[in-house]
Design a protein. Sequence first.
Lengths: 111, 111
Amino acid sequence: NAGVTQTPKFQVLKTGQSMTLQCAQDMNHEYMSWYRQDPGMGLRLIHYSVGAGITDQGEVPNGYNVSRSTTEDFPLRLLSAAPSQTSVYFCASSYGGEGYTFGSGTRLTVV
Amino acid sequence: GEDVEQSLFLSVREGDSSVINCTYTDSSSTYLYWYKQEPGAGLQLLTYIFSNMDMKQDQRLTVLLNKKDKHLSLRIADTQTGDSAIYFCAELMEYGNKLVFGAGTILRVKS
């Protein structure tokens, strides 16, 4: 099925652990991005990519790394998890203004 | 600057019209969007409007754009209980195809 696939759907981490949230799209979209959603704050941009090999920081990049080695994949790495990173994470991809598609989200809890 | 503002809560009776308002600050935004999020789910694109349009209608949804005041609204006609959700306004920034979201408006539909 075409779309944006995120894994895992749920994850519990201990403080200080690292992990990678996976995101893949099969629509050949140029643009990909990661957002986090916290109650009452809408979605905030963490990192984004305008094409393979090109990434840039968004509004809240600290504590996260990304890479874009292929058009399809855009993984988000948490280097050393903190309780403040407890959130719901959404990956999205687009080819332009009309085609923004979101994944179903990863619910992360850091204890 | 990048800032999108929405009222936090709206309550309507089933069958009435709902109007959700949004203001944005970046006059160079090319697209403006309305997304719907149901509890525990991802974001569903409802509709969008290009910045050179004043109005767009799509079945029960009407989007109005006032570029002079940087004001966007979403009208839902004949609101149903299934329309209860959080509605996010978002603007597309020109560089990087980044979306900037409002904090969301909770729509509650009373039967």
